[in-house]
Design a protein around this ligand. Structure first.
Ligand SMILES: [Zn+2]
Length: 239
């Protein structure tokens, strides 16, 4: 029997969770909550270096993700190891996520907002969409994926989904005390920093998370769109 986790973070690539939610993850861990990561792709196309082999890059990125997770106090990292840029909204991918949700039984699931318009990495869009579908209704309904039920994986009601990189944020999480850990976790992803980020990325990120806190009574925040999962209305008892 797997020990349940209060929070499940589903990230399209190694490093997205650190950009999106690592400050909040560090705070949850400090509060004694149990957090697990599910990493959907191996990130084997995340480079502009044509000399690097995809298998090598995938291995490097797995190690980077493990180092970042260790630093944050994430309990476990599950690698689904799909090839980068190949995620599709399929019953198989959805079932993988339903299986994990029913196994770890989280209250909160965190992932990328699939509804970001126009330019958005396809893996981010697909991950967000499939996570939302997996949470509701597939993880909840006993007759979805009957094989899972036969294996003892009973339905589970996730309470809420937090979506990072949302164009419609309505929930802010105070990361003033954990911003430094977030940056340290991001520094673990050296293959991506070297490749994608300008030299002053740390200052720029501080600025970005400061603007997410604007109007609040804290200095730095991660912002999300929060989707609460509605339970079925209880049937009135028969008279
Ligand atoms: Zn990504």
């Amino acid at each position: 029997m797997v020990k349940p986790a209060e929070i499940m973070v589903v990230t399209p690539h190694p490093d997205d969770a650190e950009f999106g939610v690592a400050g909040t993850v560090a705070r949850w861990v400090r509060e004694g909550k149990s957090v697990i990561y599910v990493v959907c792709t191996n990130g084997d196309k995340g480079t502009s270096d044509i000399n690097i082999k995809p298998e090598e890059l995938a291995q490097t990125r797995e190690q980077e993700q493990l180092a970042a997770a260790r630093l944050l106090g994430v309990r476990e990292v599950i690698f689904l190891r799909h090839a980068d840029q190949t995620l599709e909204d399929t019953p198989e991918f959805r079932q993988e996520l339903v299986r994990l949700i029913r196994t770890y039984r989280p209250e909160i699931v965190v992932t990328a907002d699939p509804y970001r318009r126009y330019i958005w990495h396809r893996d981010h869009r697909i991950t967000g969409q499939v996570v939302l579908d997996a949470v509701f209704p597939y993880a909840r309904d006993p007759l979805s994926y009957p094989d899972l039920l036969k294996q003892g994986l009973h339905p589970h009601n996730v309470k809420e989904v937090l979506l990072w990189a949302s164009e419609d944020p309505d929930y802010r999480s105070d990361i003033t005390d954990t911003f430094d850990i977030k940056i340290a976790a991001l520094r673990c992803h050296q293959s991506q920093i070297a490749n994608n980020l300008p030299p002053d990325w740390e200052d720029r990120l501080r600025q970005r998370f400061r603007s997410m806190a604007e109007g609040g009574d804290f200095e730095l925040a991660e912002a999300f769109h929060r989707a609460e999962v509605q339970w079925r209305l209880a049937r009135s008892p028969k008279k």
